[in-house]
Write a protein of this length. Structure first.
Length: 485
RNA sequence: GUCCCCAUCGUCUAGCCAGGUCCAGGACACCGGCCUUUCACGCCGGCGACACGGGUUCAAAUCCCGUUGGGGACGCCA
């Protein structure tokens, strides 16, 4: 039995007066200390899907209380990545740095109720204690030195939450089931830093309370934080949201995905020639499944997504699967859209001035062959430049003097009939091969190299049709010159 | 070290909650074949897993316990 209704109609559809079910509201709270990476993107996607599935709201919040590492360029990058993936938000972005007063007020409230206290321990002392505890094989926890000293504010002082010393906290994780932590495992965490800014734990809880978040869906690495945060909700006399912890995304070596695993930022994949829908699909299937279905449209994802189908174990991000998905999405993409996406990839190869009509015409022949936009640009190159680069190996093998007679016969055929009727041309060239007593390949390969400079390409008759009489003749002549010497 | 979590083909996973229909299904990758003017696409086939040990049961991939292995968390980062 799900703790929330299977279906909550969208905004304005249901009469609010009769709807006493709290509205589903999820959030994605990245910290702008780096680019949006795959794990974060998937967390964002799951929150987005959950909200969309239930007709609720998706809130974006930038957790920028780490004044040293937060950078505006990173918030721009994160916003761009969200946009690329099509993860639109109903609210935000909110910035924690703009809510400082509210955090201080919450901390004051806890101080007044005796649920927090000032601590004057120095970072150095704490580090020393932590190391000492580790050395003896214990869990490095704050020993509560200032807990009962009744200290007041002072330069360098911090505020700590005064947690229970006994008992335990249990929460029902929507993905993992019930999880219990003994309070003895928890120490008095800092909620206000000496620099006057709140810490993550305090800010996240206050924000989620204020923003009416109903479901906190986040990475596995936060399970340990959950009991501490639940205690904070209670210290603030607030209602608890539901928690769902999705498993980590691992690198090929099965450790937490990080920069050393290569392309881990979402936007890396834009540059690598991936389509956002392929990325979305791949991310969705990492840890979540819907029977044996592998490929999902955005709407299907929204319709089918549910936390019950999220797996409990960590998963390795498999770029081969992403690549395969990308290929399939490219195959079914509208040529016009692909043509619009291609310029940067073409430009990377020095192709900036080309015939748009030719691009559009060759795309249908190219999409079954390209797995990425980078590859697609590579396949398109011979069609878009005046004189395609000739692969030396291909020339050596197929454009020697012995090929001159064949090429001349082909040139004569093209000259006589043109390339507007590929089928007829195909028949003629097949007859030619028959007449010469050779296999079609003996004719086709030299022609292919002549036309594209490479030994592989779409069918040569298709190539001719796309190139048109003029270009075909020019390339045939060029090849003949090359073969003659 | 302590705490928490996890455990089905190389990888992503279905099946597990409601035990038998599973000598475990799909997908990616890989291998072979077909198609074929090249390269692809497509199609057909192959390889390949219930971590281990106990228990419960007529029956366990499915339930319980333990072991082992892996991951995560232990910050005035989030």
């Amino acid at each position: 039995m799900r703790p929330w209704p299977a279906r909550i109609p969208g905004k304005g559809i249901m009469d609010k007066a009769t709807d006493n079910t709290p509205r589903v509201r999820t959030r994605f709270p990245p910290s702008p200390t780096g680019a949006l990476h795959l794990g974060g993107a998937r967390t964002a996607l799951f929150n987005w899907l959950f909200a969309r599935h239930h007709g609720g709201d998706f809130v974006l919040r930038l957790e920028d209380t780490d004044r040293k590492r937060s950078k505006d360029e990173h918030v721009q990058g994160i916003l761009a990545a969200m946009d690329w993936l099509g993860l639109d938000y109903d609210e935000g972005p909110h910035y924690q740095t703009k809510r400082l007063e509210r955090y201080r007020q919450a901390i004051d409230q806890m101080l007044e109720h005796g649920r927090a206290y000032w601590c004057h321990c120095s970072p150095e002392e704490l580090t020393k204690k932590r190391e000492a505890a580790m050395a003896v094989g214990g869990k490095p926890m704050y020993d509560g030195a200032c807990r009962d000293k009744n200290l007041g504010p002072a330069p360098g002082a911090v505020v700590r939450y005064k947690g229970p010393r006994s008992g335990s906290t249990t929460f029902k994780d929507l993905v993992k089931g019930p999880i219990t932590f003994d309070h003895k495992e928890l120490d008095d965490l800092i909620i206000l830093r000496s620099d006057g800014w709140p810490t993550y734990h305090l800010a996240v809880v206050v924000d989620d309370i204020d923003m009416g978040i109903s479901h906190v869906i986040r990475g596995d690495d936060h399970v340990n934080n959950t009991p501490r945060q639940i205690l904070l909700y209670q210290a603030l006399d607030a209602e608890l949201p539901q928690f769902a912890h999705v498993p980590m995304i691992l690198g090929p070596d099965k450790t937490k995905l990080s920069k050393r695993h290569g392309a881990t930022a979402v936007m890396d994949y834009l540059d690598l020639g991936y389509l956002p829908e392929a990325m979305i699909n791949a991310l969705a299937r990492l840890g979540w499944s819907h029977g044996d279905q592998e490929k999902f449209s955005r709407q299907e994802l929204i319709d089918y997504f549910d936390l019950n189908s999220v797996g409990r174990s960590a998963a390795v991000f498999d770029t081969d699967r992403l690549l395969h998905l990308n290929q399939r999405y490219i195959q079914e993409s509208d040529p016009a859209r692909l043509a619009a996406l291609l310029p940067p990839f073409l430009a990377a190869r020095g192709i900036t001035d080309y015939d748009q009509a030719v691009l559009l015409a060759c795309l249908p022949e190219l999409t079954p062959r390209a797995k990425t936009l980078v590859e697609l640009a590579d396949w398109a190159e011979p069609f878009l430049v005046d004189e395609p680069a000739m692969d030396p190996k291909a020339v050596k093998k197929f454009l020697g003097p012995e090929r001159v007679p064949v090429l001349e016969r082909v040139r004569a055929l093209v000259e006589a009939k043109g390339v507007d009727h590929p089928q007829e041309l195909e028949q003629d060239i097949k007859s030619l091969a028959g007449e010469l007593g050779v296999k079609l390949g003996e004719v086709a390969q030299p022609v292919r190299v002549a036309l594209t400079g490479r030994t592989f390409s779409p069918g040569i008759f298709e190539v001719m049709g796309i190139l048109g009489d003029g270009r075909v003749m020019a390339r045939l002549n060029r090849a003949l010159t090359l073969a003659s010497k």
